[in-house]
Ligand binder design. Structure first.
Ligand SMILES: Nc1ncnc2c1ncn2[C@@H]1O[C@H](COP(=O)(O)OP(=O)(O)OP(=O)(O)O)[C@@H](O)[C@H]1O
Ligand SMILES: C=C(C)CCOP(=O)(O)O
Length: 249
């Protein structure tokens, strides 16, 4: 199976709070629909926070390690993400993709050391039954912290491991990880390869931007591609566009 992350910076306008990028979302949904028509029917979709989750998380001081205890904060952050999830589902439904939401806050948790448990049996069963599960960056219950941010990238890594994904795709606004001359780095095998060129995100992002992404993907067994929306059809067709991160496991 394939785990595909649609970056929050792809499906939203990251500089305008709670604004969906409708054209990008439509393009992504069309690519997924076309791939399904071509026989690729085992895709799990995860989307990021973009201008929905991140500004609220920042406002409430929540990150992947700093929790929020105020129920209004939980409601604001989780609510923004479920709102974005509804837009993503609608775009997929409009393209005739049988997308079904899976909200991580209802299923996942972190222990006191921050280790994540994200059940995947319901995701696997939905997939077996012909649906396209759609998860999203969210908050999760975190022992001793209240609720912390769970990034879409962590979801991707966790599901890729527990569901033994063959391939992982991370669709972002950049054509791959860029080097100091803005050329795409074709392959990454260790964080040292790219440490000096990796920054955070150009927009509000509480979960680490590109550096966080590469760290997560390096912890994987399956190869992971980072590419832009133009390259999504190629990725779904089996190519490895953009940057391929080969995990160190
Ligand atoms: N060396 C680099 N190569 C490519 N992008 C980089 C690099 N360093 C920093 N970045 C930034 O990382 C961003 C991608 O990370 P970001 O977390 O914003 O993506 P996303 O997954 O699409 O969004 P979200 O986290 O909301 O889901 C790029 O838009 C760019 O601003
Ligand atoms: C900010 C929240 C709640 C989700 C973050 O998910 P990401 O955009 O994948 O890092």
């Amino acid at each position: 199976m394939i785990v595909l992350k649609l970056g929050g910076s792809v499906v939203t306008e990251k500089d305008r709070e709670e604004t969906v990028d409708g054209a990008a979302l439509e393009e992504a949904a069309a690519a997924i629909a076309a791939a399904r028509d071509g026989g690729v029917d085992d895709v799990v979709v995860v989307h990021g926070g973009g201008s929905f989750g991140h500004p609220h998380a920042e406002e409430w001081g929540a990150s992947t390690t700093e929790g929020v205890r105020d129920v209004d904060g939980v409601t604001a952050i989780h609510g923004a993400m479920t709102t974005l999830n509804k837009f993503v589902l609608r775009a997929l439904h409009d393209a005739d993709v049988p997308a079904v939401p899976v909200h991580p806050l209802s299923a996942a948790h972190r222990d006191r050391d921050g280790a994540l448990t994200l059940p995947s049996e319901q995701v696997a069963t939905l997939l077996d039954e012909g649906f396209v599960p759609v998860l999203h960056g969210d908050l999760v219950a975190h022992a001793g912290e209240g609720a912390t941010v769970l990034s879409g990238d962590e979801i991707v890594t966790s599901l890729a491991d527990s569901m033994d994904a063959a391939r992982v795709g991370v669709c972002s606004t950049v054509p791959g990880v860029l080097d100091a001359d803005d050329a795409v780095v074709p392959e990454i095998r260790s964080f040292d390869d790219v440490e000096n060129v990796l920054g955070g995100s150009s927009a509000t992002d509480v979960s680490g931007g590109m550096a966080g992404k590469v760290r997560e993907l390096l912890a994987l067994g399956a190869p992971a591609s980072i590419f832009d929306l133009d390259a999504l059809p190629a990725f779904l067709a089996g190519d490895e566009p953009g940057t391929t991160v080969h995990g160190d496991r």
